[in-house]
Design a protein around this ligand. Structure first.
Ligand SMILES: [Zn+2]
Length: 362
């Protein structure tokens, strides 16, 4: 393990003797008596080129002392300021160039979330193993797919049919020049571009088996209320985690992220709405594919769709990296009226039964 001060952390002097690593209070580590020349010189040596024994030997050589160097490294590790540069190099080496170079800031961000040395590189190194399927390559789905691929998810597939319409285009997903092309092809190329690959190269082998997660992003925004559909039931049965995302009128919705058998599902949400509005199932039926009640021009603000896609991709990343995003047992709404996000809780509905069925093997 070659130790380095985390490159993501700024360094500033609180006073003539106190060095602060990082800016935001949660991440800031503070080091007192930091003005001494030997200590400053020693900190300069923690640059990712030496392991701990070599650093202790260097500490002795420059007159700082081996024991003080040992204590200082412990202190820096406890403060979450140290990372393993060797593991970082190995994690980045899992990505082909030029995508590798683009991931430097992403790894730097992970190093602030996963504190111990080597923890963030381990998270990044796992991302190429993950597979995500995005269903729907509209204004939101294509952007979610591109952002996830950019962040290092190894297999991002997009399922859709039909051709690109102006309503599918956004700067984060399908460009306007793709209008008229096959949506599945255009979305695949958006994913390739996001990873700095030449579009159309087919040297990437999709991971076999079920994806780790499915993003349900139907182009008509019905991802926001698609619980209870046959494809949702199929995902529940197969034990595949899935995330609903969509824009309905002026609202963007991210969630629920369903962990089959563990957290409330999309049908729980439909039933909860039915409790509040007895006419909801009837309305829902008219909004379904081929339904008579669909809006002639479904609303989808580009900025809202982009924010929703980014939030959805972030929740997927948090989940695949081992965390629990707020869309589990809840959902997040974002309004185009004021841009204000809010999170709502979702409980398993007693009439749904998704939480008492045995979890199928994944
Ligand atoms: Zn349910």
């Amino acid at each position: 393990m070659r130790l380095a001060l985390k490159p993501a952390l700024s360094r500033s002097w609180r006073d003539s003797d106190t060095l602060q690593f990082g800016t935001i209070p949660q991440h800031a580590g503070v080091l007192g008596n930091a003005a001494a020349d030997a200590l400053r010189e020693f900190l300069g040596l923690v640059d990712g080129t030496r392991d701990r024994p070599a650093l202790l030997a260097e500490g002795e050589r420059i007159g700082f002392g081996s024991d003080p160097a040992d204590s200082l490294l412990d202190l820096l590790e406890e403060a979450g300021v140290l990372d393993d540069a060797e593991a970082a190099d190995q994690a980045l080496a899992r990505f082909p160039q030029p995508h590798r170079d683009l991931l430097g800031p992403d790894l730097a961000s992970l190093s602030l979330i996963h504190a111990p040395p080597g923890a963030a590189p381990a998270v990044l190194a796992r991302r190429p193993e993950h597979a995500v399927e995005v269903r729907g390559a509209g204004r939101i789905g294509a952007a979610v797919a591109a952002v996830l691929a950019a962040g290092g998810i190894g297999t991002v597939t997009v399922a859709d049919s039909g051709r690109v319409t102006p309503a599918d285009c956004s700067p984060a997903g399908l460009p306007a020049v793709d209008v008229g092309r096959l949506r599945a092809t255009a979305a695949r190329e958006a994913v390739d571009r996001a990873t700095a690959r030449r579009p159309g190269r087919r040297d990437r082998r999709p991971r076999p088996g079920l994806p780790d997660l499915v993003v349900l992003a139907p182009r008509d925004g019905s991802g926001a209320f698609a619980g209870g559909t046959p494809q949702a039931r199929e995902l529940l049965r197969a034990g595949v985690p899935h995330l609903y995302v969509g824009v309905v009128e002026e609202y963007g919705v991210v969630g629920p992220l369903v962990l089959p058998g563990v957290s409330a599902c999309g049908h729980c949400l439909v039933l909860a709405r039915e409790d509040e509005d007895a006419a909801w199932p009837r309305i829902l039926a008219q909004l379904a594919e081929g339904g008579s009640g669909r809006a002639p021009t479904p609303a989808c603000d580009t900025a809202l769709a982009t924010a929703v896609a980014g939030l959805a991709a972030l929740h997927v990343q948090v989940f695949l990296d081992g965390g629990r995003p707020p869309s589990v047992d809840g959902w997040c709404e974002l309004s185009a009226v004021d841009g204000m996000p809010r999170r709502l809780r979702l409980k398993g509905h007693p009439d749904c039964g998704c939480l008492w069925q045995p979890t199928p093997p994944h």
